[in-house]
Write a protein that binds this ligand. Structure first.
Ligand code: CP
Length: 320
């Protein structure tokens, strides 16, 4: 069942200019409204309710200068559920491989008459750069190490479905924090909603500087040891080591920071296991943890991703 544009959500979007670029600049109220809107979209995603084509006649350009499976496909499915036409452009097969700049590419796509652009780039701040140079709404689908705000929203939605609240819950994000745009979006969203966050990883991947990054009623701690915090967690979010950004898997990484079968046993029975994907099985997460029927909610995150992207697209584009 579709909702008309929620005025408060639209205002929150307007305050963020015309675009959806980060969770750092979303108010807690606007985050909750987007989660509520996404929740209302889930019956369409699960195919139990027919979609309403509120974006019929509109065109959404999916422009991915970096590889993606989940984000690109779920934006395409989300736009399709809303009745929009989708244009997919990746680096392979496009003229960026001939040296065209990102700015020239997006200006050319805009000149063809699109209503919104979904941008993924390896440049931190790249989505904002595009947004400042085109008239149509721009959605950040992950920009370098900066933010991945729709991943942040789908993580929040999954946590709310299982834990039921954010205030006072204890969440660990484990792994290559320093290179992770997912960690930054999760951090801004969770702290603004009152969660207690523990960032865990080796000193090369997380430092005390992260304690100063977010503001809100929640808190951020940094730990270089995983085992002592496991029993007190409501949520554990495992991250991949991002080799494409120069990180490497050091000797002993899995022993120190992997969610192994032994560590799975140390979690509270109610603690959920999350991962944004793609998984490097046997490195940051074991098969037992990834496939644990009771605790792993990794595929539910993916389903929620479609609903969240429907919520963001419709909030930006739906006409009153
Ligand atoms: N979580 C995520 O961003 O996955 P993709 O890189 O496959 O889009």
């Amino acid at each position: 069942m579709m909702h008309r544009v929620d005025t408060m959500t639209s205002m929150a979007m307007t305050r963020q200019q015309k675009d959806f670029l980060s969770l750092e600049h979303c108010s807690p109220e606007s985050i909750i409204q987007l989660l509520d809107r996404a929740e209302s979209m889930l019956p369409v995603v699960r195919r139990t309710v027919p979609a309403t084509p509120v974006l019929a006649g509109r065109t959404v350009a999916n422009i991915f200068f970096e590889n993606s499976t989940r984000t690109r496909c779920s934006f395409e499915i989300a736009a399709g559920h809303l009745g929009a036409r989708v244009l997919n452009l990746g680096t392979a097969g496009s003229s960026s491989s001939k040296g065209e700049t990102m700015l020239d590419t997006v200006r050319n796509i805009e000149a063809m008459g699109v209503d919104a652009m979904v941008i993924r780039t390896d440049r931190s701040g790249g989505a904002r750069f595009v947004a400042e140079n085109v008239r149509c709404p721009v959605i950040n689908a992950g920009d370098g190490t900066h933010e991945h705000p729709t991943q942040g929203l789908l993580d929040l939605l999954t946590i709310r479905q299982h834990i039921g609240r954010f205030e006072g819950i204890r969440v660990a994000i484990v792994g290559d924090i320093i290179q992770s745009r997912v960690a930054r979006s999760d951090l801004h969203g969770l702290v603004s909603l009152g969660a207690e966050l523990v960032l865990v990883g080796p000193p090369s991947m997380v430092s005390d500087q992260f304690k100063e990054v977010a503001c809100g009623p929640g808190s951020v701690e940094v730990s270089h040891e995983l085992d002592p915090i496991l029993p007190e967690l409501d949520v554990v979010i495992m991250l991949r080591v991002q080799a494409e950004r120069g990180s490497s898997i050091s000797e002993g990484y899995t022993e120190g920071y992997g969610l192994t079968g032994r560590r799975l046993e140390m979690l509270d029975p109610g603690c959920i296991v999350m991962h944004p994907g793609p998984l490097n099985r046997g490195v940051e997460i074991s098969d037992e943890a990834a496939d644990d029927q009771g605790r792993s909610v990794i595929l539910q995150q993916v389903t929620n991703g479609v609903a969240v992207r429907m919520a963001v697209l419709s909030s930006l584009l739906e006409r009153p």
